[in-house]
Design a protein around this ligand. Structure first.
Ligand code: HEC
Length: 192
């Protein structure tokens, strides 16, 4: 299959780069979750002209609400809009054993990270170790900044309107900073 061959090619290239000691950009694991919008839209984060829309599976929301670990196979997708226009997507995906290839100081449990361009292709300019460095501070909440929003997300249709209203409220200052994801990433990029 063409797609399989392409993905295998990417994995091979990443392995080759890693073997050569070159920093592979993006990663070979997290593909764009094309059906993400069929999951649960659990939060909106807005500040200034930045707006982020967060989606994950119903199973992940239910687990969060029961106080259980986010299940194996979960994908979280964030749409990132600037000035009302889609700027990019970022995603996290959790699979049993995925963390094992990372050094303990980098590892975020079994989560892997990926950034996508608006056309949904992987952004190969993005160093995902940067994502991991910041999210690692959230180890106490399964490496997530918005676990509390998942816990608060109503799953019934009746609750959806309320959720949309609540979602407009700004996030309580996260442990990192009272900034949107996009803002903290921009400032982190400038600092380097
Ligand atoms: C400097 C800190 C920082 C970096 C770097 C960072 N993030 Fe985040 N991320 C956050 C914060 C803070 C949030 C919560 C949303 C908000 O406040 O905007 C978040 C939320 C997320 C979420 C929603 C799930 C959650 O944790 O709440 C995903 C998915 C995500 N980030 C993926 C990524 C990816 C992929 C990268 C790298 C391309 C990345 N992040 C880099 C700080 C960061």
């Amino acid at each position: 299959m063409r797609r399989g061959g392409y993905l295998a090619g990417l994995a091979w290239t990443a392995a080759l780069l890693a073997g050569a000691g070159v920093q592979a950009q993006g990663n070979d694991r997290v593909a764009f979750p094309a059906a993400y919008a069929e999951g649960v839209h659990y939060a909106t984060v807005t500040r200034g002209d930045i707006r982020e829309e967060l989606y994950t599976s119903r199973a992940a929301i239910e687990a969060a609400q029961r106080g259980e670990p986010i299940p194996d196979g979960t994908v979280i997708l964030m749409e990132d809009y600037r000035g009302g226009r889609l700027h990019r997507y970022v995603a996290m995906e959790k699979r049993a054993g995925w963390g094992e290839r990372h050094a303990p100081e980098v590892r975020n449990g079994d989560w892997e990270f990926q950034a996508f361009l608006p056309d949904r292709s992987v952004n190969r300019e993005e160093r995902v170790t940067r994502c991991m460095g910041c999210h690692k501070a959230q180890a106490g909440t399964d490496f997530l900044f918005t676990l509390d929003r998942m816990k608060a997300a109503p799953l019934s249709e009746a609750g959806a309107g309320m959720q949309r209203a609540l979602a407009q409220a700004p996030l309580a200052p996260a442990s990192a900073a009272d900034l949107t994801h996009a803002q903290v990433m921009l400032s982190a990029a400038r600092g380097r």
